[in-house]
Write a protein that binds this ligand. Structure first.
Ligand code: AP5
Length: 217
């Protein structure tokens, strides 16, 4: 399965990608996580990406595209992948078609998680992440068992710097201007499956399972 998860910031792409990756045995490839990893390690790519992540704008296409081209050729991704956060504009989507055709591969399905703006704002500003193992929480919808500590590894939870209200507003505007057109792009190619991302996490997972089964037929 070669799956793209499409949706606005906070729609649940990361949450669902982690579950699907376990269920399907394919890697979860998040361009946001890859950039944050580079940033953490202080690589030249991380240094170059920092100002875009901090501002909530897109990292330049050439940097992002070559990072994805390299990642999907790693051994674990030969059986498939779940892409979360890429492509993010028309140019990336067109370039991605070239990458896949160069590698003689094809997308199975694009899952679009539809969520309303006021829900996104609540989800993003209340999100907490574990800096050690990457587990995701929400102060209201999915709180940790012990306040402020990760259930999995016990590390102190943190807020992503770009989850503060002003940066969230920029990210949502960038989504509307740059990423939303991909809904029609993939609909026209017969690849899009729209899922109600407002539902609870388990119900969203179930709907995605149904959509994946349909895309196999
Ligand atoms: P990235 O890390 O990709 O951020 P994003 O797309 O803005 O998405 P998020 O990770 O914020 O949200 P999500 O949809 O994964 O939601 P989640 O599951 O966490 O990108 C960050 C930055 O990197 C960009 O701004 C850009 O600078 C750069 N970048 C990345 N990709 C790029 C690209 N292709 N090109 C250029 N630049 C790029 O859920 C959110 C919260 O809601 C959590 O707290 C969760 O617990 C909760 N939640 C999830 N589902 C539900 C549910 N069903 N019900 C209730 N709560 C829920």
């Amino acid at each position: 399965m070669q799956i793209v998860l499409l949706g606005p910031p906070g729609s649940g792409k990361g949450t669902q990608a982690k579950i699907l990756a376990r269920q399907l045995g394919v890697p979860h490839i998040s361009t946001g996580d890859l950039f944050r990893q580079h940033l953490h390690e202080g690589t030249p790519l991380g240094v170059a990406a920092r100002r875009y992540l901090d501002a909530g704008t897109l990292v330049p296409d050439d940097v992002t595209e070559s990072m994805v081209r390299a990642r999907i050729q790693e051994p674990d991704a030969r059986v498939g992948f779940i892409l979360d956060g890429f492509p993010r504009n028309l140019s990336q989507a067109q370039h991605f078609e070239t990458i896949l055709s160069d590698l003689e591969r094809a997308l199975s399905v694009v899952i679009y998680l539809a969520v309303q703006r006021h829900t996104l704002m609540m989800r993003l500003t209340g999100r907490r992440v574990c800096p050690q193992c990457g587990a995701l929480y929400h102060v209201q919808f999915n709180p940790p068992l012990t306040q402020g500590l990760c259930n999995v590894c016990g590390a102190q939870l943190a807020q992503r710097p770009d989850d503060r209200e002003d940066t969230v507003a920029t990210r949502l505007s960038v989504y509307d201007a740059e990423t939303k057109p991909l809904i029609d792009f993939y609909r026209q190619r017969g690849l899009l499956q729209e899922i109600d991302g407002e539902l609870p996490v388990d119900a969203v997972t179930q709907s995605i399972g149904g959509a994946l089964a349909m895309s196999h037929d």
